[in-house]
Design a binder for this molecule. Structure first.
Ligand code: UDP
Length: 373
């Protein structure tokens, strides 16, 4: 008898594992989501003016994983959008990550030149230096520069985003946006980058369109009464265990949408406000697929603590204490060998979309190998 699977969560992780089980094992899959839509936090929709809105904030696909890129391209083509972030630092527009060109945007020319020369003596060209590393400077000029970047790019943004200073968040988080010893102004350097031509919801819809897959929305894990041979759980692992060891903390985000009767609101898809205001950044969605409309929709992004029942989980907070708590749950999970945890919430890891797909593909290969034993 082929096995019957339950997948909890219709985001990238859940949809990937569902598709692989359905098409390669030829097994039945029921995939559920407590929300009324598929695609998890990558969910997008066209509004009344045809503008593709990313409901849970900008999602920009980028990857170096050949297998992930090949897998997703079966379900959608992607455009060649390469993301750049503009930041407004003390009224001056420049690109983030802070790079060699940024020096010339924010400092007088001769000073920028001096700093650039010193950087090129101290670091390799194209090196990505995490801010906490960058702060370890001896040279007076570079010390000045590192204090400047710390204060103007990281300090206020990170306290808005995480409610704490850059020193107190996991180094890997701020290292996502390093100081970049390069003239490359892009946010990502991955080989493959882009936005699915008909959006993420459409892409996930295509992944789930298979005769072995049944999608049930507005359905939480607690509503499920049937028994399954395997369960793939992409929700938060603490919830699965009824929070018996306590709640895993997350950061949440609140997007305040504004619509304007104008072609564009800002010059770029995302403008960061690392110094001013209470929001961290402003998204203007029509840039991603070059939507044509007399209107535009923007979202101001406000970070806040996650509270059960009030808002959504967006970002795990992988500090030492939380990782200990997560590991307690993981240990508990060993008692349920037919339940597999995956995804940003199941693994409590700050995955990008490509990491989520990679992890699900990897889990599937492990199952395939187990089956051969
Ligand atoms: N960050 C910052 N200033 C910026 C951009 C990012 O301090 O202008 C820090 C901040 O702590 C943020 C982290 O770098 O949470 C990672 O940023 P990223 O843009 O990768 O976050 P995401 O797009 O996943 O929300």
């Amino acid at each position: 008898m082929p096995k019957v699977n339950l997948v909890v969560g219709c985001g990238f992780s859940g949809a990937t594992i569902a598709r692989k089980l359905a098409e390669e094992f030829d097994e039945k899959v029921v995939i559920i989501d407590a929300k009324d839509h598929i695609a998890g936090n990558a969910y997008d929709y066209r509004d009344e003016n045809g503008i593709m809105i990313h409901k849970y904030g900008s999602h920009i696909f980028h990857t170096n994983f050949e297998n992930v890129w090949a897998f997703l391209n079966r379900f959608s083509s992607f455009n060649t959008y390469m993301h750049k972030v503009v930041a407004l630092i003390d009224g001056v527009e420049t690109n983030i990550p802070f790079n060699l060109r940024t020096l010339y945007d924010v400092f007088p020319h001769s000073m920028a030149e001096r700093l650039e020369n010193k950087l090129l003596q101290s670091f390799k060209y194209n090196q990505k230096v995490p801010i906490l590393e960058f702060q370890k400077q001896e040279d007076e000029d570079l010390k000045f520069l590192s204090n400047y970047v710390y204060e103007k790019v990281f300090l206020h943004y990170t306290s808005k985003q995480w409610g704490t200073s850059p020193q107190d968040v996991d180094g890997a988080v701020t290292a996502r946006v390093p100081v970049y010893i390069s003239c490359d102004p892009r946010y990502f350097q991955d080989k493959y980058q882009g936005i699915p031509l008909e959006g993420y919801t459409n892409l996930v819809q295509k992944m789930l369109s298979h005769s072995n897959i049944e999608v049930r929305l507005n359905t939480s894990y607690k509503d499920v009464t049937e028994n399954y041979d395997r369960v793939f759980y992409t929700g938060s692992i603490d919830e699965f265990f009824d929070y018996k060891y306590g709640k895993l903390p997350y950061r949440s985000v609140n997007f305040k949408l504004e619509k304007y009767h104008t072609e564009y609101y800002q010059k770029n898809a995302v403008v960061n406000y690392p110094v001013n205001y209470d929001f961290t950044r402003v998204h203007e969605y029509k840039y991603y697929l070059n939507d044509v409309s007399d209107y535009t929709v923007i979202a101001k992004e406000y970070s806040e603590a996650f509270e059960l029942g009030k808002n959504e989980r967006y970002y795990p907070i992988p500090d030492e204490k939380n990782v200990v708590l997560y590991n307690q749950y993981l240990n508990e999970a060993k008692k349920y060998p037919q339940v597999y945890f995956l995804g940003r919430l199941g693994d409590y890891k700050y995955y990008d979309m490509d990491n989520a797909v990679y992890r699900a593909l990897e889990l599937f290969e492990r199952l395939r190998n187990q089956d051969k034993l």
